[in-house]
Design a binder for this molecule. Structure first.
Ligand code: CP
Ligand code: NVA
Length: 326
């Protein structure tokens, strides 16, 4: 005789063991669930309440690129959930000496309850996830940075009390940050305008898919050239570095191409009164953003950075333990 699952068993079965490489396979309502959970974890932390949802669990963190926020927020997040995080700098592991990723994935899966990886090609985290028997979380690839987008949506939700109908203007490189924002905004009904110089726009396949998702959520997605057009009456102006990790040799060429895309007081003025500023950090003051903007009253950058912690705690508890409520 079939036995019906309880609501909590159903919830566990729905979340436990999933990967997050990009937002493919996730729905807008699932992202909203994670954000609600993140907000309650944030409130619990502020109230001094402990939340040992991952007691006895370990997260392996493989880094092939530098990091401050991602490393610290995942490590502190696991600690605050009663678990442990293991920093695995790739140059100090056998992976850095050529051990196959497929072997690394199968070995780590015998020790840890989840793996977070920051690397170059997106195919690397895809391969890791194919071999891993524990959840794999993308901690940034050249193509996507979904954990940043989760924290960004949490920040927007806090600021506006809602996601649907808020208009975000992303001015700059069509990079991993732009791609994850395209996906996350399209799923949750946030309108997104992306303005980039010729040749530096977002990946066409990412845009096409985001437009399909936006048809369902009602989000308006626009890809434009003119930064002024993008920011006009936007609620938030967002930018990121002009040369991402791995593109250091292109820095000079990019500085010329992106100069008209600097987010300064003049560009913000063309957005209108009350516009907020966002940046995933690290930032280069005097390049993609002026110091008076990023350090000004309209800047949300440190809320974004803090929200990495809360959003990722929700994600870790969801994917490792199948828990999405306190
Ligand atoms: N925003 C972000 O991912 O920062 P780190 O590179 O410091 O992790
Ligand atoms: N686009 C940047 C984001 C850093 C968090 C990079 O990939 O270097």
């Amino acid at each position: 005789m079939a036995v019906a699952m309880t609501a909590s068993e159903w919830q566990t079965a729905k979340w436990k063991g999933r990967h997050l490489l990009d937002f493919g396979g996730y729905t807008g309502s699932e992202i909203e669930t994670l954000l609600r959970f993140a907000a309650s974890l944030k409130a619990a932390r502020q109230a001094g309440q402990s939340t040992p949802l991952l007691a006895g669990k370990t997260l392996g963190m493989i880094f092939e690129k530098a990091s401050t926020r991602t490393r610290v927020s995942f490590e502190v997040g696991m600690f605050e959930l009663g678990g442990h995080a293991l920093f695995l700098g790739s140059s100090a592991t056998q992976l850095g000496r050529g051990e196959p990723l497929s072997d690394t994935a199968r070995v780590l899966s015998r020790y840890v309850s989840g793996i977070m990886m920051r690397t170059y090609g997106h195919d690397i985290v895809t391969e890791l996830a194919n071999w891993s028997t524990v959840p794999v979380i993308n901690g940034l690839t050249d193509l996507h940075h979904p954990c940043q987008a989760l924290a960004d949506l949490l920040t927007i939700q806090e600021q506006f009390g809602q996601l649907r109908g808020v208009t975000l203007a992303y001015v700059g490189d069509g990079n991993n940050i732009a791609h994850s924002l395209l996906q996350a905004c399209a799923l949750t009904g946030v309108n997104l305008r992306v303005a980039s110089p010729d040749g530096y726009g977002p990946d066409a396949a990412v845009v096409t898919r985001a437009r399909q998702w936006a048809n369902l959520s009602g989000a308006e997605i626009a890809i434009v050239r003119d930064p002024r057009e993008a920011v006009r009456s936007a609620d938030v102006v967002y930018t990121d570095v002009w040369a991402s990790m791995g593109q250091e040799e292109e820095t000079a060429v990019r500085q010329t191409a992106f100069a008209p895309y600097q987010v300064n007081q003049e560009l913000l003025a063309s957005a209108g009164i009350g516009v907020w500023f966002m940046h995933d950090l690290p930032a280069h003051r005097g390049e993609e953003v002026t110091a008076d903007v990023i350090d000004g009253k309209q800047s949300l950058v440190f809320d974004q950075a803090e929200n990495r912690l809360h959003a990722q705690k929700a994600l870790l508890a969801a994917l490792i333990a199948g828990v999405v409520t306190l």
